[in-house]
Design a protein around this ligand. Structure first.
Ligand SMILES: Nc1ncnc2c1ncn2[C@@H]1O[C@H](COP(=O)(O)OP(=O)(O)OP(=O)(O)O)[C@@H](O)[C@H]1O
Ligand SMILES: [Mg+2]
Ligand SMILES: [Zn+2]
Length: 279
């Protein structure tokens, strides 16, 4: 690919705890997976670098605890990262490490450049607001003040994610898990972000609902050409959605390439196990 990436992530790192000389070394005997038995620090994300290209779906796969959500939340400025750089190739942002911007600038990016679908809908939605109110909230945050146009846009979004319009005033707490995820997707898309993050968007849903949410994501990708980062511990989901994928283990990227190639010829022992468990 000769195109310029829309997002460049460089040496991203997140540790919970201060660290100690023992856990600086990745091969240290004190490290149990991502946990330092000497100082108790969790190395959730360790030196993660990757590019996201315009219009592509990048998959991130890895076992529970491998650091996928921490990484995504870091990109979305939910928590401060310990170290690293993130560049976004969008007007006014190119060349700046966005992790170092002011909170006001970060808010602008969250509301206008990024969309986020959280693993747990409680983090992405106000469960006791109406569904359309949840969507409007995001549009208001981006500066929209026109009630009529927000209502129209909200209805259009709910229709696109197959929520019946007569339920638009209902609170997400009354909805099924699949419907909650679809309201989150509608909200995430409300300001037409060029970049969308999806964290385990189908996990915990039953198979038929899972299929409909996956179809919805594919449809969005086809129609809107959004660049997406799709996180899942389930290789089957990644296979269905992602052109290119990254495999994470203990906070590190252990494999990286075209999804088909990873599936056909996994290099790392852990990836091999993942792939064989699919067969
Ligand atoms: N606030 C926190 N304090 C301490 N450790 C944390 C905190 N948040 C996450 N961690 C640890 O960071 C590591 C990565 O967690 P993360 O939620 O990113 O994993 P994940 O890959 O998303 O897993 P899953 O597939 O279960 O969602 C885990 O070991 C977790 O216990
Ligand atoms: Mg997670
Ligand atoms: Zn340590």
């Amino acid at each position: 690919m000769s195109e310029t990436p829309i997002v460049q992530v460089r040496h991203l790192q997140k540790q919970f705890g201060a660290g100690c000389p023992h856990c600086l070394d990745k091969e240290s005997v004190y490290l149990e997976k991502n946990y330092c038995t000497s100082c108790g620090t969790v190395h959730a994300v360790r030196d993660v670098s990757f590019d996201l290209y315009p219009g592509e779906v990048l998959g991130i796969v890895g076992e529970s605890g491998s650091g996928k959500s921490t990484m995504l939340q870091g990109l979305y400025f939910d928590g401060d990262m310990t170290a690293g750089e993130v560049y976004i190739n969008q007007p006014g942002l190119a060349g700046h490490n966005v992790l170092t911007l002011s909170s006001q600038q970060k808010r602008y990016i969250r509301n206008n450049v990024y969309g986020m679908v959280y693993q747990n809908p409680v983090h992405g939605l106000k469960m006791n607001f109406s569904s359309i109110g949840n969507i409007a909230e995001k549009m208001i945050a981006a500066g929209n003040r026109h009630v009529g146009s927000m209502e129209k846009r909200g209805e259009e979004l709910l229709k696109n994610v197959h929520i019946p319009l007569r339920r638009r005033k209902e609170e997400p707490q009354n909805f099924s898990g699949g419907m909650q995820q679809r309201v989150q997707i509608a909200k995430a898309l409300s300001n037409n972000p060029p970049i969308l993050f999806l964290d385990e968007v189908t996990t915990g849903l039953d198979l038929s609902v899972q299929a409909s949410v996956l179809d919805l994501i594919k449809q969005i990708q086809r129609e809107l050409q959004i660049s997406m980062v799709v996180v899942s511990h389930d290789l089957a989901v990644i296979r269905m959605l992602a052109d290119r994928s990254i495999v994470m283990l203990n906070g590190e990227i252990i494999e990286n390439g075209l999804t088909d190639q990873i599936l056909e010829d996994p290099q790392h022992e852990y990836t091999q196990q993942l792939v064989y468990s699919l067969l």
